[in-house]
Structures are given as C-alpha cells and as structure tokens.
Design a protein. Sequence first.
Length: 320
Amino acid sequence: MIYFFKNKKEVYYFDQSYQRKIAPKGLDFDIGCYLYDELKCPVVVQVASPDHTNGSISYKLFNQKMSNDFSYWFYIEPATARDNSLDKDRWWHCFENSSCNIKKFFVCDRGLENQFENTEYLDAYLIYEYEKQKHIVEKLNDKNIESKFLCLNTKIKPHRSAIVEHLLNDYKEDSFCTYTDSSILQFQVPSVFEYYDKSAVAVVNETCFYSMYQNYSEKTIDCILTGTPFVLAAPPGTLSLLHNHGFKTFNDYWNESYDTICDHEERLLAIKKTIYNIGKKSNEELEEMLVDMQNIRLYNLKNIKNIGTRLKQELERFVQ
C-alpha cells in the first residue's frame, strides 16, 4: 500500500486492487500526517512489500497524482532478507518507476540504505513512537515479581513459535505468554501492560528475526517504558542499534553475545541458552538483580526523550 499526502485534505491510498480512497485511517496514516506536519511538503508512506509484478499499475496511477510534486518517500515495513542477498530489482522497481521528483528515500532497516542510491536509514515509525512519549514521567514503577518471564506475541511467526514453545516447555509456571497460535498456547492474558510490573525479564520477539538488517519496534520500547530488562529475539546487530540510539542493555547480567551471531538458527539457540541461565535464578535473586540494574533501567527511560529529539534532528538534516 502507498499513501501520498499532497496536503492534509488530499490523501491518496492505493491498495492491492489499485483503488483510490480518501482519508484512510490507521497507524501508517497517522505517521504520514505527522511527517507532513514536520516537513511541510508531500510525503509517501509505504507499508507493504514492493510488488515487482503488479507495481507498474499502481505506480502509473500514483505518478498521475505526483508528477508535478516533489516528495520524501518513507518505507516503514521491515525487510526480511535472510542473508546478505536482497532482491534489489524488486525493491528498486518501486523507486525507479516513480516518475515524480523524489528527493530522498528512507528505509527503517539499518544497513538496507547501503543497497540503494539516494537512500538513508531513518525509521519514521520510531520517530513517531518516541514523539508520543516526549511527556513521559521519568520514574520507574515498583515491580512485584510473580513471573520470571514475560513474552507477548500476536502475529504467528517461526521465531515466536520457537521461543514461546521453549518457555512453555521449560518455564510454564514462571512465564506470562500471549500468542495467537492456539495450537501452542490457549491462554491469553486479558490486560497485558500490568504484567510488565509482575515480570522480571521480557523476552521480546521482534517483528523480524530472519533478516540481516536491524530493526526494532514498540515491542522493545514498551520494555524500556516499563523499566523491564529484556532478551531480544531480533536480527543480528539489533542490540548494537539500540546502543547507537543511546540505550544501555544488560550484558553485565547475562550473555548478550547472541546479538553478534549472523546464523539465525545458531542465534536462536544462543537466545534460548541466555533464557536458561536467567531461568536458573530464583525470584528473590531476580528481584535483587532488578534493584542492582535500576540505574540502567532509569537511564533508558530518560533516553526516550533524548533519542526522540535526536531522530527528529536527523530528519531535519536529511531534508534540508
């Protein structure tokens, strides 16, 4: 899907049947409105995978609306390249076949920008998420530990199935889990946010795992907001991306070397080993650990505002 914002009153939406709709609603629409307000010029927000086969139809319609305008193009759906290869023809098709004057493309996966010309890594979704948190109270809630692990999932994906099955097999009495795959998990936590304060450590199954490009989402941000330390099931280098964004993680308390492992199955095994080592601790030991890492947890909470400001400054620098 592609959204074009010519102004706040003229919004074009191209769905899979290439029909125009006016003023669609949803997260991507909200992000587009936010970007338009920031940049004061047309923006494109693309949320679906580029379609090399049928793209020419939608782009023909798209170009009819954009041919006399310039714009910035934001791709906000993470890529899923299992190795360093990428179907560049499929991706670049959407860029080259846009006859309008695109000033710059932005991708939400760190590293993907190196594959294309006139492209930068800048995650518009993260800018939008951090902007929503700019008025947060910089105070940690007290934790009353009832569970060692928290693992919240919705959409079914292989890495999520593997992690949830591991937690249920080895730590069923010590885990709060949600998942939409009823063959793996029947119980769904009715109100998930309160369970952050009842859990010692979150196991975050990010949107992408089988990819070589770094990306994180609100799943990780929610842990930071609630002061919950986390083990991150994500593409290799994602902890490094968090460090680049000013956050601290928890290598002083458990082994985070899994973040350096490019082989996806080996990385998954290393994550399970880290979970195993955390699971050996008693609730009392975990409570002591949370007290000891309080400075890191509070630092990360305060950094939410810093990184939001920094990413907005990067956006302003790129579009000057």
